[in-house]
Design a protein around this ligand. Structure first.
Ligand SMILES: [Zn+2]
Ligand SMILES: [Zn+2]
Ligand SMILES: [Zn+2]
Ligand SMILES: [Zn+2]
Length: 318
């Protein structure tokens, strides 16, 4: 079998997608061994196509073996695969359409710059009382699964991206989905000498504390789950290891707990698995770097054992 390359190219690797298939080669049967079409099994005479080392008698047969674009359904020689979900394949034309931030399907860009598809938008946890109920369930689930929790009275609310930015008092990172806030009310008592005006003593004490968790109200359920577990872990850390200031350890711990939780409770749900892969591959130095740091310290094949190791590493954590 003689094969000749008639097209070869180096593809740009996109940030989100990588190349799956190559271009077909052309082969020609000269003499000797019989060649059979991979798709229709017919014996081939003369010229034929080779794709990934396999012979095809016609373009139609070759196309039947090509991956189909997840958006337009057309078979394509040159395809890109979504990095967090290998089942999603895009042709060159559909590759650049905006993709849903949560599931990778084609979506539309919202005014805050995020992209969402119709099905994720339909499922989004946007009803405040439904969100409260899921929050309470997740809080008790996290406690029963990993014994992670506090007795704080947490005020939970769902918010819009602009509200979250206002609460945070800084522009929102488009990847941020939630926020944990621990406010302390302090009182300082000062006694001083009336005659000289000199301070004799000063005592500062905490007179009240407020714990709040805010999560975006436009998240599909698996993303909501991840965001709530992440923020609940901040609450737990605020009680048991408030002395940890390194942002990579703080955020890395929250991501690591969420990753263990999703792995333990998500089963084979592809959306949960996609979130886990995203946490593993996050290139952000604080979130992704922190996650990998904690995984290196505490990671084990079992989520329970990982959490036990994590607790023995964190000072103050039970
Ligand atoms: Zn054929
Ligand atoms: Zn397409
Ligand atoms: Zn989606
Ligand atoms: Zn965080």
């Amino acid at each position: 079998m003689v094969g000749r390359v008639y097209f070869s190219a180096i593809f740009p690797v996109l940030v989100l997608f990588s190349v799956l298939t190559g271009f077909p080669l052309q082969g020609e049967r000269r003499s000797g061994n019989a060649v059979f079409c991979t798709a229709c099994s017919r014996r081939i005479s003369g010229r034929y196509l080779i794709l990934q080392g396999k012979p095809y008698c016609s373009r139609k047969c070759m196309e039947s073996a090509l991956p189909k674009c997840s958006v337009c359904g057309k078979p394509s020689e040159k395809t890109w695969v979504a990095q967090d979900d290998p089942r999603k394949v895009f042709c060159e034309r559909c590759r650049d359409l905006p993709k849903c931030d949560y599931c990778g399907n084609v979506g539309r860009r919202r005014s805050d710059g995020t992209v969402i598809c119709d099905s994720c938008e339909r499922e989004a946890v946007s009803d405040p009382s439904q969100a409260q109920a899921i929050f309470r369930e997740l809080r008790s689930e996290l406690r029963s699964v990993f014994d992670i929790g506090t007795n704080h009275r947490i005020r939970f609310s769902i918010v819009t991206p602009s509200e979250l930015a206002r609460i945070k008092k800084s522009p929102l990172d488009p990847r941020q989905k939630g926020l944990f806030q621990h406010e302390k009310q302090m009182r300082t008592e000062q006694t001083y000498n009336k005659r000289t005006g000199r301070t004799i003593s000063r005592k500062t004490s905490v007179v009240g504390e407020k714990f709040s968790i805010f999560v975006l109200g436009n998240l599909p359920p698996p993303e909501f789950r991840h965001a709530v577990i992440h923020e609940l872990t901040h609450d737990w850390m605020s009680e048991y290891c408030p002395q940890i200031k390194d942002p990579a350890v703080r955020e890395g711990t929250c991501e690591f707990v969420a990753w263990c939780f999703l792995r333990k409770t998500g089963g084979r749900d592809p959306a949960m698995q996609a979130i886990c892969r995203r946490l593993e591959n996050n290139q952000d130095p604080v979130y992704g770097g922190g996650f990998r740091k904690m995984r290196k310290i505490a990671g084990s094949s079992s989520p329970d054992q990982s959490i036990a190791r994590l607790k023995s590493f964190l000072p103050g954590a039970r």
